[in-house]
Design a protein around this ligand. Structure first.
Ligand code: FE2
Ligand code: FE2
Length: 340
């Protein structure tokens, strides 16, 4: 075995790596609890391809019901199918900012889970409405309404993505994570409700599994926030208040109905949305009634309010749900961070 070379005058120090950068590599662990959640996420992995898809028979539904279910999953995809790309970007940022290893790994696990959730949208739509969400030709007025609504929805999804790309680098971890936390709270609430309400075994199993993932995501967000929240400046706190209102405006599209602000939609959108969602409901998908949705959303918001108030963060007014608080106006796509 040859001896190593030791240059005269000692080893040369390598140049400093310009930051932000994913190098140098290190695996720092500060929060054991996050490391444990990551381990659990690996053990609870599931495969959407293994759901009993044969039990989802297009012939069990009327054409309008199939359209309604496809429509609902296309709306869900606005949120769940953006999840992988949104969290992949957040994962890269966590590497570049040298967040501790379990934070990066938990981000990755959320990215992985979201890929499963978007696969559920993909598979359901492929079975019930080949070519959906948009690559098909409407044959009647109802179908034309669905096709047009979905294209408007994705117009807004596109605005969200452009805004998110600009915003993700400028927000700190607590701001980003309060928004994510809200998305996960919304998602776990939604899927818990629908898992109970659906009459179809495939959707029941799907919603139970997704709901369990979303609860874990919520736990990840809470664990990170408990570490990040203490000692926030007033400026960050007011950004968070704004973010909470933005989260409500964005997520209401899937949890309830889209409020004013942010959403750019034609005047007939909401009426046709209701008609199509009624067909999905009629198909046994488990979409709750307007009032049940509002009640669930209100409960979820109350839970978030209790959590943020504990850290001296003011809650925004949500007049749509009779929740009072700080008045905040949200219209800019760059304000919107949440994912499912
Ligand atoms: Fe999630
Ligand atoms: Fe999800």
């Amino acid at each position: 075995m040859a001896d190593p070379v030791i240059p005269e005058g000692g080893f040369w120090p390598a140049p400093e790596i310009p930051q932000p950068n994913i190098y140098p590599m290190e695996w720092r662990v500060e929060t054991e609890k996050l490391a444990a959640i990551y381990e659990r996420s690996k053990r609870l992995a599931w495969n959407p391809a293994d759901l009993p898809w044969d039990g989802l028979d297009p012939d069990d539904f009327t054409r309008a019901q199939r359209l309604g279910v496809m429509y609902w999953f296309s709306v869900l995809a606005n949120f769940d199918a953006s999840g992988p790309a949104v969290f992949a970007r957040a994962t890269i940022q966590a590497f570049e900012k040298h967040e501790e290893d379990p934070v990066r790994k938990c981000f990755f696990s959320i990215t992985r889970d979201e890929m499963n959730h978007e696969e559920c949208c993909q598979r359901t739509i492929a079975r019930l409405w080949p070519g959906g969400p948009l690559d098909w030709r409407p044959a009647d007025v109802l179908e034309a309404a669905a096709h047009n609504n979905i294209s408007w929805l994705y117009h807004n999804g596109g605005r969200y993505w452009t805004g998110y790309n600009k915003a993700v680098g400028k927000y700190t971890l607590p701001v980003l994570f309060t928004s994510f936390m809200m998305g996960e709270m919304a998602a776990s609430t939604l899927f818990r409700g629908m898992a109970t309400a659906t009459t179809h075994p495939v959707f029941s199993e799907m919603f139970h599994r997704i709901g369990r993932d979303e609860s874990r995501h919520l736990q990840i967000c809470m664990t990170i926030l408990e570490k990040e929240w203490p000692g926030l400046t007033d400026e960050v706190k007011s950004t968070i208040t704004r973010q909470l209102r933005a989260g409500f405006v964005f997520l209401s599209m899937i949890l309830w109905e889209p409020p004013r602000g942010f959403w750019e939609l034609p005047p007939y959108f909401l009426h046709n949305h209701r008609v199509l969602i009624d067909h999905a409901r009629d198909a046994g998908l488990g979409v709750l009634s307007y009032d049940e949705q509002a009640e669930n959303w209100r409960t979820a918001m109350a839970r978030i309010r209790t959590i943020v108030n504990r850290w001296g963060i003011a809650f925004p007014a949500i007049p749509e749900l009779d929740i009072d608080g700080v008045n905040v106006e949200v219209t800019d796509p760059e304000d919107i961070i949440p994912v499912f």
